[in-house]
Design a binder for this molecule. Structure first.
Ligand code: ZN
Length: 200
């Protein structure tokens, strides 16, 4: 297996990348407890995108695991999960945007995953109106018996990772979430590593 691409996503920012059908995409939480928002598009049809809700209605679970197929908004297979040491990933929460920080926390001009994605996907003419909800890698959400959502501090350890096999040619983006006003990302915002491997 040959590594053909690597990019380090600086904490609080995003990076975009492209991968071909059959290639493996590895997302590594370098220092642990860092939420990595992940969105992806079918490169041949940018209206088709990775969809957490179309994934969990198929697998009937909120816990993705190796062997699971992640689907697009058109219900086509987009990724297969190959390996996962991180284990806690959230399929429910929308990406943070500037309104999240302003309306819910009273903070102006805070960086956000939506802004991050717009910065790195502008070259594809993609903006927030095109984004589906993200898959929030390394984000731990717990649901209580009475249905409450608890956002816990991430449980990933340094070097934890998840590997996806691409089932389409994709444009993807990872945002190392800048959320620092609730506990989801631990006590500091850190970098995420993205690697792509040829799977021949
Ligand atoms: Zn975020």
């Amino acid at each position: 297996m040959e590594k053909i691409f690597e990019v380090r996503v600086p904490g609080g920012y995003a990076r975009a990348f492209e991968a071909k059908k059959g290639q493996l995409l590895k997302i590594i939480d370098i220092e642990g407890q860092q939420v990595a928002d992940f969105i992806a598009f079918n490169k041949e049809n940018l209206k088709e995108k990775l969809s957490p809700s179309h994934t969990y209605i198929k697998i009937l679970s909120l816990n993705i695991k190796p062997g699971d197929i992640m689907r697009s908004n058109l219900r086509n297979p987009m990724f297969e999960i190959i390996e996962d040491t991180g284990k806690n990933h959230d399929l429910l929460m929308p990406a943070c945007d500037e309104r999240r920080y302003l309306v819910d926390y009273g903070i102006e001009n805070h960086r956000s995953c939506v802004q991050n994605f717009e910065e790195v996907l502008e070259k594809y003419n993609l903006n927030r109106d095109d984004f589906a909800n993200p898959v929030n890698l390394f984000q731990k959400t717990r649901i209580t018996e009475d249905g409450k959502l608890i956002q816990e501090t991430g449980a990933s350890k340094p070097g934890d990772y998840i590997v996806f096999k691409c089932l389409q040619d994709i444009i993807g983006a990872i945002s190392a979430c800048p959320m620092d006003v609730n506990p989801i990302g631990g006590d500091k915002i850190t970098d995420i590593l993205v690697q792509i491997f040829d799977n021949e």
